[in-house]
Unconditional design. Structure first.
Length: 74
């Protein structure tokens, strides 16, 4: 196998790899933006739920402390 044949074989392997492995998982710019937007929305919803959970726990802790103070538990 001479140099040109080796280069051609290498090109074919690279193109096959590109077509069979890389291209199937590539996304277009619009698909990327859609995925990013979806993930950002999901993160925002989770963030709001966590904030609500923290606020709820804070209110519960205040109520427990208030009740403990009334009952005299230390």
């Amino acid at each position: 196998m001479n140099k040109d044949q080796l280069q051609e074989a290498f090109r074919e392997v690279l193109f096959d790899f590109w077509e069979k492995v890389i291209e199937p998982v590539m996304v277009t710019k619009s698909e990327h933006e859609e995925i990013r937007s979806d993930l950002t929305g999901r993160i925002d919803r989770i963030d709001k739920k966590l904030d609500a959970e923290v606020a709820y726990r804070d209110r519960l802790e205040k109520r427990v402390k208030k009740i403990e103070t009334k009952v005299g538990v230390e």
